[in-house]
Write a protein that binds this ligand. Structure first.
Ligand code: CTP
Length: 400
């Protein structure tokens, strides 16, 4: 961040108080920061705070008397290397996506033609609204980097997705992005995500707690970096990401068929789905009625999709697997890596707090086929996704 010239855009959400801390971290790291705010942002954080922390005048009014030039939004955008908008409300994202430029922040965004990072913040219901999701996808498609909000307790009293990512995580995300300029243009990447659902009868099934968040975070990021993503997903409650090819499946067998169908053309295959290892031998066509006796179900093994892909993959294709372990984590993950012929494996330990199913964070270890082990801290799933994406990028470069 040292020497980088950064515009921080702040719009009017409660998370605006965190933006002050974001300014402070960036200045501490040696960046030059200029702040642009909407008038609503100043309801949550004061001019004096932002000017003191950034050591610069803030830009809040297109027609203000204090501007150095009459067209401040143009001179600012010439000056800056990157722009970070945090918090980005549904309103400002709507303006960005639809070419509305009616205040200091939206005009600055429109005149800015370099890297923009946007950290949304809002109530879960607003976040899930089709109009907001449409607008977010417009930004994503046009190369804006989205730093996904986390799940958590929201200021409005709700719990759910919409809490702006913490300032430290925003900075990590951006630093990671600049370590390697990731470019996945023309790369075809297949990702499996979520759980599978194995029917017992028309109303009952066997499944697991996988949320699909890790695979969806990977799909979103790889799409932002230009990859042509095929996402094969079991049932999840997540919003469908804007990938090239989205295939919705239910059972392990459906997922197996979809993967094999799409395998040949892929450059990279990432198998993050939690596939059921067993499925009922008989799937009753009618609802099973209860009786006074105990009841048992005979289960048969499903195909290990990753193992099948490992047998079929060419040496031009990269294969990435996941392992979820509770004991002998490293040894078990290494065995999976060898047995399934992987290029690397991402190990999640269920022993770690905040790691594994359903959470928004994850603590992972990478093990490569040449036995290199890299351990990471507890991070948000989008940061973990970025670490995985960086690692894959290095492997692709090595192949050349
Ligand atoms: N996997 C798969 N098909 C299966 C089972 C697992 O493709 N039928 C993949 C997962 O997507 C993951 C990796 O294999 O990338 C490891 O999954 P995991 O459940 O940890 O291991 P298993 O091989 O199923 O072994 P175990 O459950 O005994 O640990």
């Amino acid at each position: 961040m040292k020497g980088k010239k950064i515009i921080i855009g702040i719009s009017g959400g409660i998370a605006a108080y965190k933006a002050a801390y974001l300014v402070r971290i960036l200045v501490k790291k040696g960046a030059e920061v200029k702040v642009v705010v909407t008038s609503n942002a100043l309801e949550f954080v004061t001019k004096v705070t932002l000017e003191t922390l950034s050591k610069n005048k803030i830009y809040d009014n297109v027609f203000g008397e204090n501007n150095d030039y009459s067209t401040e939004h143009i001179s600012l955008t010439d000056w800056a290397d990157i722009m970070i908008v945090a918090p980005a409300t549904a309103n400002i994202i709507g303006k960005f996506a639809n070419g509305i430029a009616d205040d200091a922040l939206s005009t600055t965004f429109m005149a800015f033609n370099k890297d923009v990072f946007v950290a949304p913040s809002m109530n879960t219901k607003m976040y899930n609204h089709y109009s907001f999701q449409h607008n977010l996808n417009v930004l994503r498609h046009n190369g804006v980097h989205i730093i996904e909000p986390a799940d958590g307790f929201l200021a409005c009293g709700y719990e759910g997705k919409g809490r702006m990512e913490e300032p430290e995580s925003i900075v990590n995300f951006i630093e990671n992005y600049y370590f390697s300029k990731l470019n996945f243009n023309n790369k075809k990447i297949l990702i499996t995500a979520g759980p599978t659902v194995e029917s017992i009868d028309p109303v009952r099934y066997i499944s697991n707690y996988s949320s699909g968040k890790m695979g969806y975070a990977l799909a979103n990021q790889l799409t932002q970096f230009g990859a042509d993503v095929t996402l094969i997903s079991g049932p999840t409650s997540l919003l469908k990401p804007d990938v090239t090819n989205f295939i919705s499946v239910k059972s392990a067998e459906d997922m197996h068929l979809a993967v094999i169908d799409n395998l040949k053309t892929q450059d990279v295959i990432i198998m993050s789905a939690a596939v059921a290892d067993y499925t009922p031998k008989i799937k009753a066509t009618n609802k099973i009625k209860k009786s006074d006796n105990s009841f048992s179900i005979e289960l048969v093994k499903t195909k290990d999709i990753l193992f099948e892909v490992g047998k079929k993959k060419t040496n031009k294709q990269l294969l990435v697997g996941f392992a979820l372990e509770t004991d002998n984590e490293i040894d078990n993950a290494k065995q999976k890596l060898d047995k399934k012929n992987l290029d690397f494996i991402v190990l999640n330990s269920l022993k770690d707090d905040g790691a594994g199913f359903g959470t928004d964070t994850n603590k992972v270890t990478f093990i490569s086929k040449d036995n290199k082990i890299e351990k990471f801290e507890l991070k948000s799933k989008s940061e973990v996704a970025l670490d995985i994406v960086n690692y894959i990028y290095k492997l692709i470069k090595k192949q050349k």
